[in-house]
Design a protein around this ligand. Structure first.
Ligand code: PPS
Length: 310
């Protein structure tokens, strides 16, 4: 990546950012709490104009973004593992709204150096996605994960991502999640926002649990949505390359390219467990009861077929 004419790796850029890296507070943008640097650069993010051929992968944090990014990158490159190892996943598929202390490149910095068609990652809720994506009828893949597993994954991520607010104790974190008091706001509003718009906007709405249950089936759905036709052998290869185990050992996908002091993977690895139902190892029966009652209230106006076990 290029900064002022000089090519820096993520590790070098993070090293240069030095003391500017810490746990940033959340600042609201149109009622949605976002990391401070994102909020401070909101006008530039909102003004982003995609090309009609650009593809957006959108998720609430920790819903299966990286997995889907790797699948899409491999599908677009005919399952060629060497091509998909050309750069870290965050460079191959930039994170639209991310802004960090310089010289760490922003998502917009990376995007301006790429020719369309580009694949772009976002965690923005539907209403904060720059309007050009809808005006240009860009393809959008949305991935949703059941609330309790999503919460568990986010909790461990907030422990190891030293640029996110302190997660605090587990019990309190459950309540922050229920209130939407986390980066990118309410899980409930996020999954509902895209669900309501999915048909009108031609959004491919996927579930993490379906991907775990039958990755081949879901990879084929993505392939068809992208208008591709790959051979069975290539699809099988992509299924293998995007298994949790293989991605965990892939330095271009497992976020080992984002070192301390941003990610401390000794606290919790980015590729942590990759399972459906790990929530049962975290929630007490009483916590699950409180959560489920609140869930019924918050989700009563939507009928989204989430599964917390498979
Ligand atoms: S981020 O930071 O929002 O982009 O994180 P994201 O990639 O959305 O979510 C990380 C969780 O996805 C799991 N993961 C996978 N699960 C199954 N198969 C594959 N290939 C895979 N790759 C990543 C990852 O382990 C995180 O979930 P948890 O439950 O914490 O393990």
């Amino acid at each position: 990546m290029e900064q002022s004419g000089e090519k820096l790796t993520y590790a070098e850029a993070i090293d240069r950012a030095g003391d500017a890296i810490h746990r940033f507070p959340l600042v609201e943008v149109r009622g949605v709490p976002l990391m401070e640097h994102i909020a401070n650069n909101w006008d530039a993010i909102w003004a982003f104009r995609p090309h009609p051929s650009d593809l957006l992968i959108s998720t609430y944090p920790k819903a299966g973004t990286t997995w889907t990014q790797e699948i899409v990158d491999l599908l677009l490159n005919n399952g060629d593992a060497d091509v998909s190892k050309r750069a870290p996943i965050a460079v191959r598929i930039p994170f639209l709204e991310i802004f960090s202390p310089p010289p760490i490149p922003s998502g917009l910095d990376l995007l301006k150096d790429m020719e369309p068609p580009r694949v772009i990652k976002t965690h923005l809720p539907f209403q904060l996605v720059p309007e050009g994506f809808w005006e240009n009828k860009c393809k959008v893949i949305y991935v949703a994960r059941n609330a309790k597993d999503n919460l568990v994954s986010y909790y461990h991520f907030d422990r190891m991502n030293l640029t996110q607010p302190e997660p605090g104790p587990w019990e309190g974190y459950i309540h922050k999640f229920m209130k939407g008091d986390l980066g990118w706001g309410s899980w409930y509003e996020h999954v509902k926002g895209y669900w309501r718009e999915r048909e009108k906007r031609n959004i491919l709405y996927l579930f993490y649990e379906d991907m775990k249950e039958n990755p081949r089936r879901e990879i084929l759905r993505i392939m068809e949505y992208l208008g591709l036709a790959l051979s069975d052998d290539v699809i099988e290869h992509i299924v293998q390359l995007t298994s949790f185990k293989v991605m965990k050992d892939n330095p271009m996908a497992n976020y080992s390219f984002i070192p301390m002091p941003v990610f401390d993977q000794s606290i919790s690895p980015f590729m942590r467990k990759g399972e459906v139902g790990d929530w049962a190892n975290h929630f007490t029966p009483e916590q699950a009861k409180v959560f489920d009652e609140d869930y019924a209230r918050q989700m009563k106006d939507a009928d989204i077929p989430f599964r917390a076990s498979i």
